[in-house]
Design a protein around this ligand. Sequence first.
Ligand code: UD1
Length: 359
Amino acid sequence: MVTVVGNRPQFVKAAAVSTHLRERVDEVLVHTGQHYDPELSDVFFEQLEMPTPDRELEVGSGSHAEQTAAILTRLEPLVRELQPDALLVYGDTNSTLGGALVAAKASVPLVHVEAGMRSWDRAMPEEINRLVVDSLGGLLLCSTETALKNLHEEGLSSHGVVTGDVMADVALAFGPVADERSDVLERLCLEPQAYSVATAHRPGNVDYPERLALVVEVLERAAEAAPVVFPVHPRTRARLEEIGALEGFPERGITPVEPLGYLDMTRLVRAARAVITDSGGLQKEAFLASVPCLTMREETEWVETVEAGWNRLIGLRPEAVEGALAELPAPGATSPAAEIYGGGRAGERVAEAIADWLN
Ligand code: UD1
């Protein structure tokens, strides 16, 4: 079978699945090249001990149309050449969409891991990708019961199976490894629980100057409680430079740093007092590490983190930061409820479900 990956979270997801999958079927790993900077791409393959991609499409950045079109144009001949018995995609990015469309048009059965996630916000490019990919999928593997329920409401649940969340597998397996191997706290001169870690990259938050200014204000408020370390995604860095916000950060207690590899980021999150983010993956990683999370969005696909009391949706309301920080549990207050996301065995279940489905 052919597996298509292209960006940061997908490398993490494939790391949980590939080893189990390769025990059962032949896998050709295709990297679209949507993420190409070493700190967004290569470092994940190295640190997660993943098989290196067999094929590289090198599509790079561009508008949604350009990027998706480049994936379609370059992937289609490869799929024709390889004639796989199935094509596997992860998550909700343009690489997921491109892979799914090529599979559907070539009549190759499609497997979607992380199916059924919904934010109900069609302004998010990822939501459009999810709706299209799930409607094309022949096997829809869900991280949670909530995701399967969403598929049910769309009449798609007959293709659905709950496997648990593959990203959670990696967070659980590599958490202790990161604690041992990463020296990020020493490098950034941080004491455990004495800082917060922030990320922002959603177009809806960072591509509009007035909204980006609110993101900055949220981080400033958080920095009043504890210094904020801010690994900055390249798209966000470019936007912050445009509004001239980066220079003021140090005096406000915010330390911008380059995007971090998986082990450093995991270590940073696990030792943080709080996480402030608009990323889906980080909400979950904070939860699994029993670290409180403030989410700069109005909705989340990972509703379990909110229901369990570890995540607050503060949108872009700086005035909500203080109260949320006071009300959320202290880091490490309970042991992580890992079972909610499959308890670390989702990769194995995904591989099993695929092998059963193919036979
Ligand atoms: C993409 C996904 C998003 C996912 C995120 C993970 C889509 C629509 N979005 O967002 O769902 O959460 O990846 O990080 O697929 N850039 C670089 N170097 C790189 C890659 C990108 O500098 O290696 C810069 C470019 O200026 C590019 C911008 O980042 O235009 C945005 O990259 P893109 O791949 O379009 O989306 P992400 O914001 O990374």
